[in-house]
Every structure is written in C-alpha cells, then in structure tokens.
Design a binder for this molecule. Structure first.
Ligand SMILES: [Zn+2]
Ligand SMILES: [Zn+2]
Length: 340
C-alpha cells in the first residue's frame, strides 16, 4: 500500500481541493525528497485560484511555490545535500540550453517550468524537487524567516538593478508583501528616506511600523508633491510593485532617476509621454523573478539583517487555505504561511 499525504491540488479554473494523494518518491538521480516545513501563499496563488484565473497553472498540480523544507532522501547523483539539511527552493526550473539560458538570462528561459504552478509544489506534506533548485540554509535560521526566501530573492534581483547608492531616496508603490520586502531591503542596504504609497490603511500602518519614512495614501494625498517636498527634487528610485503604475512612477521620480517595474499585470496598458523620460533622462528598468539572488538571500537571512518574518500576519493549516485566500483578497493579511 502506498503512503499518502494531504495536498492542495489545482484542477483548473476555480476548482481546487485539499486531497489525499500518494506521497512522491525519488525518480531521477538528481531528485531530492523534501518534508515541507512552511509554504507562503502569494498573489500568484490568488491569481491561479481566481475565476477566471489571472495566471496559468497545470491542472493536477499541487500548488505552493514559496517553501522551506528539510531533506528526507536524495537521489544517487546528489552530493551537496544530505538528510536533515534545511533548504529553500528556487521554484523556477530552467533548461540551461536555450539562447537566453546561455546568455545568462535564465529568468526568461524559453522552456522554464515552475514547481507549485506547472509541477507539484509545496502545499503538501512532501515534495520532490531537482537538486539544482535547492539552496541549503542554516538550520539555525528561524523557519518563518527562511520561508520568505523566494519572494525576497525576486525583490533582491530588482533591488540590484537599481544600483542604490547609500543615502538615496526611494518611493515604493504598493504596500503588499513585495512592497514591504522592498522597504526592508532598501533600508538595510543604506537607502535614505523610503516612502511607501498605498491606499489600504492596514498596509500603511505596517509600512510605518517597519521603518518607512512616510506612508502616503494616494486617495487623500498628492504623492508627487509629498515626495517632492520631502526630497526637494523627487525620489532617486521609484519601484512599481503593482504592475500598472508607470505614469504615476514617472511623477515621483527625480530627473535622471530610475523607475523599476516589478509588479506583473498582463492587461496594464498605460499611456506615458515618451518625451518625458527622454528629456529628463529617466531610466525605466524591467525586472522579472530572479537569476542569481538565492545565495545572497540565504546569506542575508542567515545574518539576520533583514527581519522578513515581521511580514507574517497569518499562520494556517492546509484546511484553512480558503480563509487565508479570502484574507488576502480583503487586504487584511500581509504574508500568510501554511504549515502542511
Ligand atoms: Zn510567489
Ligand atoms: Zn532555457
């Protein structure tokens, strides 16, 4: 009789459930069997589980792409990990063979697949992942801090593209988990004033508690004039974590500053004046997931300089996933961790 486990299984447009499924086993020689410790629920999960879905996923897959786990068993060719090691997972599996992988742009690999979206992920008691997806992290790191490695890695990739100079001012559009991770990272890296623009009261309060120099409500305040009066010329760096706010970002950035586009929204088609970034030398930078951030994120989490666990507002079991999703939809949660 095969052993079973509980898992959140996606079945296509609006259909999913907590089910009893077979426990995974090692197949390929580079496979690693993992006991999942914690799994973050993210905006992408919300998009996958919406009707109609706002993000594709493969029916039959176990969801959950932000997880931390302990190694239970390894395939024959795995030498860098052993039973009992704690690992964080880079869920995006790249081919290594396409032109973009060979150019070093693995984040736009033409044959990328993702654990927890197109293959089985971490909303289950056990998971099997290829060894190259796993980054060892000290067992001394608090488990809830380690659970935020994946979103922090994506934020880290965008952060590196900003080439922050200590003392520079930053405006972050959107105060969800990603916006707040940017806040913590910019602050720990020596940014000067960091502002957050967010309509939800709860999220602005979180931003202030986490050290934002100003949390601006765009519904009642003029963000451009607030930031201009606080900085004199506008923010050196503006980050759009929402995915549709390029025109607003251009209003906040100083001449010669950088705008980083992080949020993803396939339907956003905003109009900007092409004259403006040309005339005022504004750099617009796209950023998508990450390439080489995991080793740096692991070091930062082990050192404790970025207290990412402070973003966790809800802890749930798999059976409470729909409540968790509802809290995310209502904007009453920041980060939700499931304990499979
Ligand atoms: Zn995610
Ligand atoms: Zn590739």
């Amino acid at each position: 009789m095969t052993a079973t486990m509980q898992a959140i299984v996606f079945h296509g447009a609006g259909k999913w459930g907590l089910e009893e499924v077979a426990q995974p086993t090692l197949i390929a020689s580079d496979d690693v069997l993992l006991k999942v410790e914690r799994t973050g629920i993210c905006g992408t999960d919300l998009h996958i589980l919406s009707t109609p879905p706002g993000h594709p996923a493969t029916p039959g897959s176990i969801l959950g792409h932000e997880y931390v786990a302990t190694v239970v068993d390894t395939g024959d060719s795995v030498s860098h990990l052993q039973r009992g090691d704690r690992v964080v997972i880079d869920p995006n599996i790249t081919c290594g063979l396409c032109q973009y992988c060979r150019l070093g742009m693995t984040n736009v690999c033409e044959r990328m697949t993702t654990l927890g979206i197109f293959r089985h992920g971490g909303l289950a008691e056990f998971n099997v992942a290829p060894a190259k997806s796993l980054h060892r992290i000290s067992n001394d790191v608090p488990i809830e801090r380690a659970a935020l490695a994946e979103p922090l890695a994506c934020v880290w990739h965008a952060f590196e593209k900003t080439a922050l100079v200590p003392g520079e001012s930053v405006a972050i559009l959107g105060g969800g988990p990603i916006g707040l991770l940017f806040l913590l990272l910019f602050k720990s890296a020596g940014a000067g004033k960091v502002f957050l623009v967010e309509p939800a009261d709860f999220r602005r309060q979180q931003a202030e508690a986490l050290g934002a120099d100003g949390a601006i409500n765009p519904k009642t305040q003029n963000a451009a004039s607030e930031i201009k009066s606080a900085t004199g010329i506008g923010a050196d760096i503006v980050v759009d974590t929402v995915g549709s706010l390029l025109p607003e970002a251009l209003e906040l950035v100083r001449f010669g500053g950088r705008v980083v586009l992080f949020g993803l929204n396939q339907h956003a088609e905003r109009t900007i004046s092409q004259y403006y970034p040309t005339r005022y030398e504004v750099t617009i930078i796209g950023s998508f997931i990450q390439r080489t951030a995991f080793p740096k994120v692991v070091r930062a989490l082990e050192s404790g300089i970025i207290p990412v666990e402070e973003l966790i507002t809800h802890r749930i079991g798999l059976a409470e996933l729909s409540d968790g999703l509802e809290a995310l939809r209502q904007g009453t949660a920041i980060k939700i961790l499931a304990h499979p």
